[in-house]
Design a protein around this ligand. Structure first.
Ligand SMILES: CC(C)(COP(=O)(O)OP(=O)(O)OC[C@H]1O[C@@H](n2cnc3c(N)ncnc32)[C@H](O)[C@@H]1OP(=O)(O)O)[C@@H](O)C(=O)NCCC(=O)NCCS
Length: 135
């Protein structure tokens, strides 16, 4: 499914994702037999977790699937004692529209900008770290 989102996930990203999926928890959204969305997360420290990967099939975006997946992940994490959820994405300094939409989704869903790390990604792009108080 992640291959259906090439504007967001590179080959290297897909490989990293395959590795992470074997170790991390998450949820999928299904329609009939098909997966239309996914979310994964991992605990980083007591009370702190990271939302690692998330995606919704293009034709199902904008219909509340991402919001519902995030809600489920938050409920599970709160039950595990997590109070803060963080997520990394490409910073506003990078002029690339698909990630502007990703940032808008996180900001519309309670995440607040926490820190920018200059030149964090291998291609030199800046990283934006966002955080949300969940518990
Ligand atoms: C980001 C993504 C997971 C969001 O899932 P989605 O199902 O499209 O989002 P939803 O329909 O659940 O949107 C939930 C809320 O976010 C808001 N939102 C979503 N996209 C937005 C955008 N581009 N601009 C502003 N707000 C946005 C919606 O308005 C909605 O708010 P509402 O409930 O008040 O109406 C999905 O668009 C996606 O797969 N993007 C590509 C991959 C990606 O960016 N992954 C994250 C990085 S790993």
């Amino acid at each position: 499914m992640a291959r259906a989102l090439p504007q967001w996930f590179t080959q290297a990203g897909l490989e990293e994702m395959a590795h992470d999926f074997s170790l991390q928890e998450g949820f999928v959204a299904t329609v009939g037999e098909g997966i239309v969305g996914f979310i994964t997360y991992e605990s980083l420290a007591p009370g702190l977790a990271e939302l690692s990967w998330m995606g919704v099939r293009p034709e199902y975006q904008g219909r509340g699937v991402g919001k519902r997946l995030l809600q489920l992940a938050e409920e599970r994490l709160i039950a595990q004692g997590i109070r803060v959820l963080e997520v990394s994405t490409v910073a506003d300094s990078v002029a690339y529209e698909p990630y502007a939409r990703t940032r808008a989704f996180y900001r519309a869903n309670g995440f607040r900008d926490y820190r920018v790390d200059r030149g964090y990604f291998p291609n030199g792009d800046d990283r934006l770290l966002l955080r949300k108080q969940v518990g």
